[in-house]
Design a protein around this ligand. Structure first.
Ligand code: HEC
Length: 496
């Protein structure tokens, strides 16, 4: 994404963490001459994180983090890879280890550059640990997990094209969205039919047909919900996320979509040709519908309450706006906004205690698991756990004012978080209540345990089988995973 370096209030940088930052004046920006900190940030955007680490730190810590020089130990241990070391690492780099010859880099590096050093170390660690330990491996088809043993079965291996989401109807039929715009009907592991007459989508980069979700009372009301990228009315090459519901008229294994109602759509001036960051999972709870929209590559709009980008929204399941939404009385604000400052939430789920969780993409490093709170700001693009794709520093994760909601867990490096569900049902009682989160570029499925909103443990269940697009727990508790490259659906079943 494109961004400029002068968006951040100087006060934020200068007071940053209460630590010494070179070039900061407490008087704030002066209109006549460029503020020294914005000059520093322009210089910072030219920093190459890898080169800086190699030149400055490599002689002691090794260019791969292996240690050995200047009395250093390896950084590449499972313990040091844990997120609990983020802040201690940052502080050590800032303050140095004078007794061992490591200087205080806070005197020559900005906080953003120091955080970028931590991100770089995380990338080195991940590479080294993957080379040493690999991913989960089966023995005689059985994966020995830390809390439950499982097998992986292929469910569907043909007939799908970039499958994006999975849901089930009460009669056991499985519905799968294909991103280019078709909705497949799957029975017994085979694509046996499709739903025709669904809205026309535009497959714009990461956008297209996204979520499918049956209403919790589907048996009684027959409502099926879809989220998708709708082509613009004035400019058909542009698009924006839209949510609709409709009903199915069956004819054998094929169904006709009818009685469509719009649940949520935005004004045409929001439609854009950007091919990134669309959201959009649907979550039902107590008559409400929650869903996320990505910022479409326009980070500043994630902070703008008048824009639909980069938000979690909450409406009634028929699309009406609840009067207790946090910004219904804020002038100009979009009334459906429930929380803001999101980059691209592609995972959303409600836990058994009514906690709403999202997973979302950072740029390079710093994908997040957030507990979503009413009216809260999740910080993007002003605070992030990542660096830029081009290896230059971005910003620091911590907000000195304490107003920004922090993730309960962050993936560093990024996994390309996509797809999230809650372990429940009979198949894996030992996982009950845990988050099951997928990764596109990480090609992983992680089980993450939270307690009272806090991270407890992470276990990688799948690695390297394809890009994980959706995770969906079936009514029997087995865990379905939609993959792409190759396009297929697999599932985790208990080993015994
Ligand atoms: C002159 C050698 C030297 C240089 C140069 C150096 N360090 Fe260190 N660093 C050390 C020593 C010695 C320690 C403490 C022993 C250890 O943890 O291995 C340390 C500790 C650390 C730690 C804490 C490690 C832990 O296990 O808790 C981090 C993180 C770190 N350094 C990062 C950096 C970064 C980033 C740079 C470059 C900007 C850098 N260091 C430059 C010598 C060096």
């Amino acid at each position: 994404m494109k961004r400029t370096w002068n968006w951040k209030a100087p006060a934020v940088i200068c007071s940053g963490l209460g630590l010494v930052v070179l070039g900061c004046s407490t008087g704030g920006a002066n209109a006549e001459s460029p503020a020294p900190e914005s000059m520093k940030m322009m210089a910072q955007s030219r920093v190459n994180v890898t080169n800086l680490y190699n030149d400055t730190c490599g002689k002691c810590h090794g260019v791969n983090g292996q240690g050995g020089g200047g009395g250093t130990k390896s950084l590449n241990t499972k313990d040091k890879f844990d997120q609990k070391w983020d802040r201690p690492f940052f502080d050590v780099i800032k303050k140095g280890v004078p007794d061992f010859g490591m200087e205080a880099y806070g005197e020559t590096m900005s906080d953003e550059v120091i955080w970028a050093m931590v991100v770089h170390i995380r990338e080195l660690q991940a590479k080294a640990l993957r080379a040493e330990f690999g991913g989960p491996q089966a023995e005689n088809g059985v994966y020995k997990g830390t809390r439950a043993d499982y097998r992986i079965e292929t469910v569907v291996d043909s007939g799908l094209k970039t499958p994006w989401a999975i849901d089930w109807l009460p009669d056991g039929k499985m519905l799968v969205t294909n991103r280019p715009g078709t909705l497949s009907v799957v029975v017994g592991g085979k694509v046996v039919g499709s739903v025709t007459g669904i809205p026309k989508v535009i497959e714009l980069g990461q956008g297209g047909l996204m979520e499918v979700a049956a209403h919790p009372n589907y048996k009684d009301n027959g409502w099926l919900y879809l989220s998708y990228t709708e082509p613009g009315k004035e400019n058909s090459g542009a698009g924006f996320t839209k949510v609709v519901r409709g009903k199915l008229r069956w004819n054998g294994n094929n169904a006709q979509w009818h009685s469509q109602e719009t649940i949520w759509e935005v004004a045409q001036d929001n439609y854009t040709g950007s091919g990134v960051h669309f959201g959009c999972r649907l979550v039902f709870d107590k008559g409400y519908l929650y869903f996320g929209t990505g910022e479409r590559g326009n980070g500043n709009r994630a902070q703008d309450l008048t824009r639909p980008n980069g938000k979690i929204h909450r409406v009634f399941d028929d699309g009406r706006i609840p009067t207790d939404n946090p910004f219904v009385n804020t002038d100009g604000a979009l009334k459906s906004v429930w929380s803001y400052g999101h980059r691209n939430p592609q995972g959303l789920v409600m836990d058994a205690n009514g906690g709403l969780w999202d997973t979302e993409h950072g740029p390079r490093g710093g994908d997040e698991v957030n507990l979503i709170k009413k009216g809260a700001n999740y910080g993007w693009p002003n605070f992030a756990w990542s660096i830029n794709y081009n290896d230059s520093p971005l910003n620091v994760p911590w907000d000195p004012s304490g107003k920004i909601s922090q993730p309960a867990f962050r993936w560093l490096p990024s996994i390309g978080a996509c797809g999230l569900d809650l372990a429940r049902g009979a198949a894996f009682p030992a996982w009950n209540g845990d988050l099951l989160a997928g990764g596109l570029s990480g090609a992983n499925l992680d089980r993450i345990r939270m307690k009272d909103g806090k991270f407890v443990e992470r276990e990688e269940l799948i690695f390297g089988m394809g890009r994980v697009r959706d995770v969906s727990v079936a009514p029997d508790g087995t865990v379905y995973v939609a993959l792409n490259q190759p396009d297929k659906i697999i599932r985790l079943v208990p080993a015994n």
